[in-house]
Design a protein around this ligand. Structure first.
Ligand SMILES: [Zn+2]
Length: 313
């Protein structure tokens, strides 16, 4: 039995989203909690060396700069909202982040800071990572999709819904989720680790790629692995899945076998890949070597690798 709770996202989280909500004045009740994004960064705080979401009440000056909002859902009878803030071009010569940094400073909120969510995502609690991840996905989508794709009308940003509805042609558009396959490939007693150019130093993981139109998960896995390292995989089976908000993906964790050992790495796709034995990988996962690190804790790749070294998959 695979323990899903080891993943960052869990099916056990009691979170009720998309409660029927209209243009009510949600800022009246103290039961509302608000998180803020700006230019793709999130406002967080650090307490006793732990990253946490920074919630704001409705008296905060940042509320004057909201241009996109979404109601994420309710958690323990608190309604949680995510907002994007943006200053008008004429408001100041400062860039967006510096402008809001000054605002925060003035309010003596010095422990609060703008942060790239990707860097701290796995350090947040499961609840905070869920809220921040959903907020980031929907807010990013709203920022990047301000106009109706059918008639070009600008969307009004006056409600908290996940979808956009055009006031002119009535078309409704929804945020997209992009399916990604991530594959642990087994060759006898070895598995394959690889790294992309954008990975932090020394970090290796399972190979992954986006599913293209018309493909099954298996077809996508076969194509991606062939493209990246030139080997043929078989016996593909599904293990688990995980939403991943960078940018807005649903990761499908697969396991596959191969008898090909010779890698033909496409350097346009990945930086490096190599076969590793179970015992060596175990040492890396237990941080007993600092030469490389394998897939950070909480990620689906880590989950696949840990379960394989422990003979659970
Ligand atoms: Zn329209």
């Amino acid at each position: 039995m695979i323990e899903k709770k080891k993943l960052v996202f869990t099916t056990n989280l009691k979170f009720y989203k998309k409660k029927n909500i209209n243009n009510v004045n949600v800022f009246k009740s103290f039961e509302n909690k608000h998180i803020f994004f700006c230019e793709g960064l999130i406002l967080l705080k650090k307490i006793r060396n732990k990253f946490k979401l920074s919630y704001f009440d409705e008296n905060n000056e940042l509320f004057n700069y909201i241009n996109h909002s979404v109601y994420i859902g309710s958690f323990k009878k608190k309604n949680i909202y995510a907002h994007n803030i943006s200053k008008k071009k004429t408001a100041s010569n400062l860039d967006q982040i510096d402008f809001f940094k000054n605002k925060i400073k003035k309010e003596d909120l010095s422990e609060i800071f703008f942060c790239d969510l990707r860097k701290v995502f796995l350090d947040l609690s499961i609840k905070d990572s869920y809220i921040a991840g959903v907020g980031k996905s929907i807010i990013n989508w709203k920022v990047e999709n301000s106009f109706c794709p059918k008639c070009g009308e600008k969307f009004l940003c006056n409600d908290f819904k996940w979808e956009n509805k055009c006031i002119n042609c009535k078309k409704i558009t929804f945020a997209r989720v992009n399916p990604v396959v991530i594959i642990i490939i087994i060759n006898g007693k070895k598995t394959l680790l690889g790294r992309s150019y954008h990975f932090p130093d020394k970090l290796y993981s399972c190979l992954a790629g986006f599913v293209e139109p018309g493909e099954t998960l298996e077809m996508a896995a076969i194509r991606e692995i062939k493209e990246e390292v030139g080997i043929k995989i078989t016996n593909i089976k599904y293990i688990t899945n995980q939403p991943w908000p960078f940018p807005s993906s649903l990761m499908f964790g697969l396991m596959a076998k191969t008898t090909n050992k010779n890698l033909k790495i496409d350097k346009n796709e990945i930086e490096h890949a190599f076969w590793i034995t179970k015992s060596k990988l175990k040492k890396i996962l237990n941080s007993k070597t600092d030469k490389i690190s394998a897939a950070r804790k909480g990620t689906i790749a880590r989950y696949l690798l840990e379960n394989w070294v422990n003979n659970k998959i």
